[in-house]
Design a protein around this ligand. Structure first.
Ligand SMILES: CC(C)(COP(=O)(O)OP(=O)(O)OC[C@H]1O[C@@H](n2cnc3c(N)ncnc32)[C@H](O)[C@@H]1OP(=O)(O)O)[C@@H](O)C(=O)NCCC(=O)NCCS
Length: 154
């Protein structure tokens, strides 16, 4: 399978929402950030994996990044596509990243994320719709901190 990660196009919205719906993940707010999504396509150009960093900013603070809407087509799971996509998202920023997940804690742990208390969430994330409404109280809150060497690297 072609596993090149690329930017989503506005015309990918319907397909990405269908993948999210099928996985039981929320689609609210997806249309507004569709062009920030990263996708993997199959040989026919059909989106088989998607995910995005949603940035939330408070005045006078750097924005905080929430990874959300990560999904791989069920027929393509277990082949490293999800890992490839998350590594790409991680490499796209030098900022700390956060996420909420109901069912993929082990997957994200293996990619360097740790579970932390929701009380430690940056205020801008706590105020986000994803945080307040979209992911149930049972969802794990996870974080991946960037060490200062990496942050200051050219
Ligand atoms: C979670 C998900 C994105 C993983 O994608 P994938 O392409 O199957 O992942 P990979 O093939 O890269 O798997 C990497 C490793 O994580 C493990 N893994 C995959 N999904 C997992 C899950 N839900 N929980 C725990 N471990 C998981 C795999 O077994 C594999 O382990 P291995 O290297 O020891 O074999 C995919 O299963 C999915 O779309 N799930 C439904 C939506 C979802 O839960 N999204 C996350 C919330 S935002």
């Amino acid at each position: 399978m072609n596993s090149m990660v690329e930017n989503a196009r506005r015309t990918d919205l319907e397909r990405i929402e269908a993948l999210l719906n099928a996985a039981g993940l929320p689609t609210a707010g997806v249309a507004a950030i569709i062009e920030d999504f990263r996708v993997v396509r199959d040989e026919a150009g059909r989106v088989v994996a998607a995910g995005v960093i949603e940035w939330h900013a408070e005045e006078d603070r750097e924005p905080d990044g929430l990874i959300r809407s990560v999904v791989v087509d069920p027929s393509r799971r277990g082949q490293g596509t999800g890992t490839h996509l998350i590594e790409h998202l991680k490499a796209s920023t030098k900022e700390d990243l956060y996420l909420l997940t109901e069912s993929a804690t082990g997957f994200f742990r293996s990619l360097g994320f740790e579970s932390i208390d929701r009380a430690l969430a940056p205020p801008a994330l706590r105020a986000s719709e994803e945080f307040r409404c979209l992911c149930g109280e049972s969802a794990a809150f996870m974080r991946r901190l960037v060490d200062s060497d990496m942050r200051n690297a050219p």
